[in-house]
Design a protein around this ligand. Structure first.
Ligand SMILES: Nc1ncnc2c1ncn2[C@@H]1O[C@H](COP(=O)(O)OP(=O)(O)OP(=O)(O)O)[C@@H](O)[C@H]1O
Ligand SMILES: [Mg+2]
Length: 423
């Protein structure tokens, strides 16, 4: 069934104002997912707001906006893999001399001002998109108007949150590389899901900006829009956007989870996922609350789902020990000579997973101090067991590393702390 744009707008307005229970009962699961992405979010604990003009911001009430699809000289564009999934991008206008290329409207303006693109927008096609929580990644819906066809991760010229959001060559290429490694580690398995970033295009430019990329992000393998609702981790503990029930309470009520189920699905499985990737595959995903999601099945199942291949650190020390391929794009890659090998392992586990995910999850899943203590002990035991064969993994058992909460930090600006909470 195809929705007209007016029908889509109407459905969107309705979903955006529903309380948790009513929202989760709706059949338009992909649109419910986008509603959670945009409105059931208290923001990053770093406190830095996204800082995006309101007409493109996820929190804007507008259901969607349009991005320009430009025609770029084909000899300046590198295409990786198959963009046919994004047929709207390739069918329309690509030919032997031109390649269609997706840009964020803000990026188009900046490049046109630097005279890197024609200022004339009349030659652009437009694509209607729905923003996600990161702002620069946008969802493209299919003709039905309530299913996600794919996402586009776009370059953005300014800082969003704490960091710049360019997609320069090394970030673009490493995303595609890390996606392959994730595919080798996880594939289409049932226990862990992730959003593949297998393809994209890169446009070479002159001058200050050497070029920009975009990535095509697909739905997780095995995603069935009739069965699965994808819930961002941050939505679980966000203050209710409508009514007074939280998303977690509505899920628990609807799926009949016990507190042991909630702990198993939301905490233990996430820790197992992290340890499997980090210790068995040398892949350290950046698990902030925006990069972790859960795929909730109609049958009450719940599987962790990861996104953002750009932020995955590769631990070649572990990979070499495991007989896996080492070397590749040098961005976010650790080896025996990296000065911050152990600091980064701690940062990734203790700070990102621990502070951004496990702390808030333990607060809502554990109903009292005793339950929270038990959750913590369970996680510590898992970590200890997993690392028996790697006694040199952490900087020390009593030290952990995080970043201070200030802007403009570089990779090596770690703050050292004592008494890790989660190991
Ligand atoms: N609840 C939240 N927790 C953390 N970050 C959030 C949250 N809500 C919005 N954000 C924004 O999401 C972005 C997270 O950064 P990250 O590097 O993971 O994403 P990205 O690479 O820009 O995009 P994507 O996740 O789509 O790949 C930041 O811009 C941050 O401000
Ligand atoms: Mg992200």
């Amino acid at each position: 069934m195809t929705k007209t744009y007016a029908e889509f707008q109407h459905a969107w307005r309705e979903l955006a104002t529903l309380p948790a229970g009513a929202l989760l009962n709706r059949d338009e699961r992909d649109l419910v997912h986008l509603t959670l992405e945009r409105y059931w979010n208290d923001g990053s604990p770093s406190g830095h707001s996204l800082g995006m003009p309101v007409r493109w911001a996820p929190a804007s009430p507008a259901p969607s906006f349009r991005i320009p699809i430009i025609l770029a000289p084909a000899d300046l564009v590198t295409v990786v893999e198959d963009l046919s999934e994004a047929s709207i991008l390739v069918e329309r206008t690509s030919d032997a001399l031109h390649q269609v290329f997706a840009l964020h409207p803000r990026m188009r303006n900046v490049l046109a001002k630097q005279q890197l693109l024609p200022g004339d927008r009349n030659s652009d096609s437009q694509l209607r998109v729905v923003p996600t929580s990161s702002g620069r990644t946008v969802a493209v819906l299919d003709a039905s108007g309530f299913r996600i066809r794919y996402y586009l991760k776009l370059a953005y010229p300014d800082t969003l949150g704490r960091f710049g959001r360019d997609l320069s060559l090394f970030k673009w290429l490493s995303s595609i590389e890390r996606n392959r490694m994730f595919f080798d580690a996880i594939g289409g398995g049932d226990a862990i899901r992730f959003f593949p970033e297998a393809s994209g295009s890169y446009l070479e430019l002159m001058g200050v900006s050497h070029g920009v990329g975009f990535l095509l992000r697909s739905m997780p393998m095995g995603h069935n829009p009739d069965e699965h609702l994808v819930v961002p981790a941050f939505s679980l503990w966000a203050a209710p956007a409508s009514g007074d029930e939280t998303i977690l309470d509505a899920l628990v009520r609807r799926l009949g989870w016990t507190s042991a189920d909630a702990r198993h699905f939301l905490i233990d499985n996430v820790v197992d996922t992290y340890l499997y990737l980090a210790v068995d595959h040398g892949l350290m995903p950046e698990l902030n609350a925006q990069n972790l999601l859960f795929v909730i099945g109609k049958d009450g199942s719940c599987v962790p789902c990861l996104r953002d291949m750009q932020d995955v650190f590769v631990d070649d020390v572990i990979r070499a020990r495991r007989g896996l391929s080492v070397g590749g794009v040098a961005y976010k890659r650790l080896n025996v000579v990296s000065p911050d090998l152990r600091e980064r392992r701690s940062f990734s586990f203790d700070f990102k997973l621990g502070e951004y995910i496990l702390d808030p999850l333990a607060n809502i899943v554990g109903r009292n101090d005793r339950a929270r203590r038990e959750i913590r002990q369970g996680v510590r035991e898992k970590v200890r067991q997993k690392l028996v064969a790697h006694p040199d993994y952490w900087p020390s058992n009593n030290t952990w590393f995080r970043y201070a909460n200030k802007p403009g930090l570089s990779r090596f600006d770690y703050d050292r702390h004592e008494r890790p909470r989660w190991r």
